[in-house]
Structure formats: structure tokens, C-alpha cells
Design a protein around this ligand. Sequence first.
Ligand code: ATP
Length: 268
Amino acid sequence: MTGSDAPLIEVEGLEAWYGKRRILSGVDFRVEPGEIRVIMGGSGSGKSTLLRHILGLHRPSRGSIRVFGTDITRASARELQAVRKRLGVSFQGGALLTSLSVGDNVALPLREHHAELDENQIRIMSRMKLEVVNLGGFHDLMPSQLSGGMVKRAALARAIVMDPRLLFFDEPSAGLDPVVSAELDELILRLRDALRMTIVVVTHELESAFKIADTITILDQGQVLMTDTVDAVRRSDNERIQDLLNRRPREVVVDADAYLRRLTEEDA
Ligand SMILES: Nc1ncnc2c1ncn2[C@@H]1O[C@H](COP(=O)(O)OP(=O)(O)OP(=O)(O)O)[C@@H](O)[C@H]1O
């Protein structure tokens, strides 16, 4: 296990393939305690693939991944489970279960991992987390009765119900209007400041990224272009980074054969 100042995530030389396509190569990624790290990059640049590797859902072809000091590429199922218990994950696909009340959705991880808790304790703990995300009175409502922003906050309450030290958030603002999205940004900052969580956020939203990030990692075609502070990223004279920040397209593919070759090539 790591000491309190040791990095919570240390990825070195990560290489990942899907079939014959190399998706990530030479990726170094290190997250320090207490920071909010934003991962940005164009569609298909490998952001979700990197997250899936850090969560131990995929094994890398090459490289090492340490989470809380444990090398999860070599960890036993039991060690991996111990690491996962300390992680909170709020993914786009991880919507609430429509058949359960909001409170029961939030309580799910407690019921799964903490058989020693009784119903009263579970209710108190899930209510507390709903209060953290400003949904204090919504325990008994059904997900269908919530707005899109509320659903995101409830999913966030579920992700933090076990007080994770490290929280992953994939596209928090997707599908939300700017006001609701800004509220969610405030909430993410509050989780870091009040609950001392270390947070890794994947987002396409520049405004949100610049507001919440302590540091930003920019991925491009499976490689890290830069990891630095918001200011440094904004000032970067790297043309590709400026293209991404200004939403300029990289290229227009006109040759279908070359495109297909690129999709299947052995060594991108
Ligand atoms: N399970 C899979 N099998 C094969 N290829 C995959 C798989 N998942 C992702 N890919 C490919 O890997 C590349 C990186 O995908 P990834 O989802 O990591 O990108 P991303 O940066 O998260 O993109 P987006 O912003 O669109 O979600 C893409 O070209 C994608 O088509």
C-alpha cells in the first residue's frame, strides 16, 4: 500500500491492443493524492481504454499499472478486489437501475461489499451520500422521477457511497445543459475539497475541464501528448494540442483504402 504522499496511480509504458490494432502505446500516467486530473483527447484517442486498464478490466500487452501501490497487472483476484473496493466509478453507461428507488441504487455497493451492515446503517449511509450531492430528500423516489442532472448526481452518490479515495468520472457533463453541467463541476470540486478525494475525469467539455482540473492529460492517437497544469496546457505551442483545444479537425480522410489499412494495421 502507498504512503499518504505516494502517487495513487502510476502507469508506465502502457501498451494496449484490440486484436491487431494498437490502441495505446508508451503511455505514462501518474496521479498524485488530492488532485483532479482531467483526461482529454479526440474521439477514439484511447481515453476509455486507459481507464479500463487502470480499473483492471483489461490486462495490458506491455507496461505496468500500479493503483494504491499495487501492481494490478500481476495482482491476484483477491488483491484486485481489495483495490477496487477503494475506487469509485461513475461511467456514462452505469445508469441507475430503473426498478430500484434512488436510495436503493445508492446502497447497492454497500449491500454487495458490506454484508456486516444492517439495513438501518445502510439507509443512513446512503442518505448521507445523497445529501452530499444535494439530493437529500430523494431517497424514496424512482429514477424515472429525476431530471438528467439529478440522475448524474445520484449515480455520483452511488460511486462515493463507500468513501473511495479515488473516483473516476467518465463524461460527467454529457447530455446536460450548461447550468446543470456547471453545478456538477462545483460538486466535483466539493468532493475533492470536502471529502479529500482524488478524482480522474474524462471530458470533452473544455470549459468544464479548465474549471475543475488541477492537471490535464491530453491523449492523441493512443499516446500522451502532454500532462501539465491548465495554464501550461492552454499556453502550449504544440499544434495538435491547439487543434484539440480549438476543435480543429485533424485531417479529412479521402482515401478509403488508406483508412481501412489504418484500422487493421499491425503497428500503428
Ligand atoms: N472492445 C473493443 N474492441 C475493439 N476496438 C475497440 C474496443 N474498444 C475501443 N476500441 C477502439 O479503440 C480505440 C480507442 O477507443 P476508446 O473508447 O478508448 O477511445 P475514447 O478516447 O474513449 O473515445 P470517445 O471519446 O469516443 O469515447 C477506438 O478506435 C475504438 O474504436
